[in-house]
Design a protein. Structure first.
Length: 302
């Protein structure tokens, strides 16, 4: 298949490029930068875009079989000011609208669109278990996810199959949450965050990327899919398992009030959580390589 990726220079995008190439797919990515990064394989095409419109690349959609829309400003990259919160939302919605614009104009439509989202869609809870059958929460990140997903919904009326990936905490030593979780353990200061009782619905990056490829190739896959392991854990269990794998103690919890002082509203990302299960992936027969935390961390931190 010929696959177009927006947000292809992020952690998931970079991992996905290699996996798609290894399985015989052709890959084209969109980037706001005009220069091709040195790490990008030579056989991968790069087109410049503004993240808001289909200008300069939309005509390429006529030769594309699948689009993977991962574009969006990082949620945990900076403290949340009002301006940052607008950027988080607008970067996602505008990218989705640009994808819709390109598909609408294309004479030959892609067969499938994979639309990124997050398990923040469900809101937070220490007691509930969420599946794809549950509705959205009512906080800021839930609203971002709802509007993010809705940004590409018009393609369904054009006959394009759409699969929505609601990602949990993707564990990857190259970036994202895992290096931040591991760093204190390097200084023998590791521990859990806040009470440690908040759920972490996580997934090994290999399973996350394999699931995306699975959804592209499986013609029965449409609607929302939770990209999480079948075995979520509490934050305290995550910390203790990291310590066990690294041979370091997990003795110094970070107080919730201190995290709120440092990170402000963004502290809710780590202090509140949700127990989410990948019910629809399992129904379609997807098999996880790393369903359990300790073996996954042994692989990731080896």
């Amino acid at each position: 298949m010929r696959v177009l990726i927006t947000g292809g220079t992020g952690n998931i995008g970079r991992r996905l490029i290699d996996v798609l190439l290894n399985h015989g797919h052709q890959v084209l990515i969109l980037s706001r930068k005009s220069l091709k990064p040195a790490w990008l394989p030579t056989q991968v095409g790069l087109l410049r875009w503004d993240g808001q419109t289909a200008r300069g690349w939309g005509e390429q959609v006529n030769q594309i079989d699948a689009i993977i829309n991962l574009a969006g400003a990082g949620i945990a990259d900076e403290r949340w000011s009002d301006a940052r919160k607008r950027l988080i939302l607008e970067s996602r919605v505008q990218a989705g609208q640009a994808v819709v614009e390109a598909i609408c104009a294309a004479q030959a439509k892609p067969a499938v669109l994979v639309q990124a989202s997050g398990i923040n869609y469900y809101g937070t809870s220490q007691t509930k278990t969420f599946t794809e059958a549950d509705g959205p929460g009512d906080d800021y990140l839930a609203d971002v996810c709802v509007r993010w997903e809705a940004s590409t919904s018009p393609v369904e009326a054009l006959g394009v199959r759409r699969a929505i990936i609601r990602s949990g905490v993707v564990l990857d030593p190259a970036g994202g949450a895992l290096p931040k979780l591991v760093m204190p353990f390097n200084f023998f200061a590791g521990g859990w965050l806040g009470s440690g009782q908040q759920w972490m619905s996580w997934i090994h990056w290999q399973d996350a990327v394999a699931a995306i490829r699975f959804l592209i190739e499986n013609e029965a896959a449409s609607g929302p899919f939770n990209l999480v392991t079948p075995e979520p854990v509490h934050n305290k269990a995550m910390a203790k398992t990291i310590g066990q794998v690294m041979g370091r103690p997990a003795l110094a919890p970070a107080p919730g009030f201190a995290l709120k002082l440092v990170f402000g509203e963004m502290a809710t990302v780590v202090l509140e959580g949700q127990r989410v299960l990948p019910e629809r992936l399992r129904q379609l027969g997807f098999e996880f390589t790393w369903p359990q935390l300790e073996p996954a961390l042994q692989d990731l931190l080896k």
